[in-house]
Design a binder for this molecule. Sequence first.
Ligand code: NI
Length: 225
Amino acid sequence: MLITIPDILNAGELDEVRDLLAKTAWSDGRKTAGPEAAKVKRNEQADLSSRTGATLHTKLNDAIRKNAVFQAAAQPARLSRLLVSRSGVGQGYGTHVDNALMGTGANRLRTDLSFTLFLSEPDEYEGGELTIDWAGMVHSMKLEAGSLLLYPSTSLHRVEPVSSGQRTVCVGWVQSQVRTSEQRDILFDLANLKVSMRSSLPEAAPEHLALSKVIANLRRLWSEV
Ligand code: NI
C-alpha cells in the first residue's frame, strides 16, 4: 500500500522544525547510502548529532510515532533513525531500492516500509517528485509540507532532479510487526472498518466484538514481536 498521511506536523510544529533546520549543519548525503545507491544519490543531509540536530530528531520522531494513521498503517515494531535531506537545483536521487537491513546493535532493523515526510511546500521547488514503481504502476508524488508518504521498501523509487528551489524532506524506515504488505493492508482495512462502525452501530452491538475478535486473531497469526 502507498498511503499519504496529512498533518503529521501542524503549522506551528512545521515552523519550529524549519527554525531548527536553519541552524543545522549539512553534509554530503552519499555517506549514509549503500554502495550501489551512493552512485545515484545527490543530496545533502542534516547533522542530527549536534544538540540542535538532536532536538530536531526528537520533534520529528515524536510527531511521526504519535500519529494514529501511521501506527495503524505501518504497525511499527521498530523505527529507524531519521534522516533529513535537502536537494537543490540539479540534485535528486536516481532509481534505487533501499537497503534490506539497516542500523547496528539495538538500532538494527529490517526495512518493510519507507516513508518521506515533506518539509517544503510543493511551490517552493520544481521537479523533486518522489517516484515509486509499485504493483506495475508508477506513482509520482509531491505532498504538502507536514504530510507523509508511506510506501513499501520493496519498491524501486527515485527522487526526480530538482530544477528550481530547494526540496527538504525527512525520511525513515519501519520494521513492521506484520511483515507482508498484503497482511498489513487487510489489518488496516479492518481497523478503518472498526472506526466507521462506531458511527453506525451502538457500542454494545455484537458486531463490534466479532470484529475485535477477527482483528485480534489475525494479529496473533501474522505478528512478529
Ligand atoms: Ni530510497
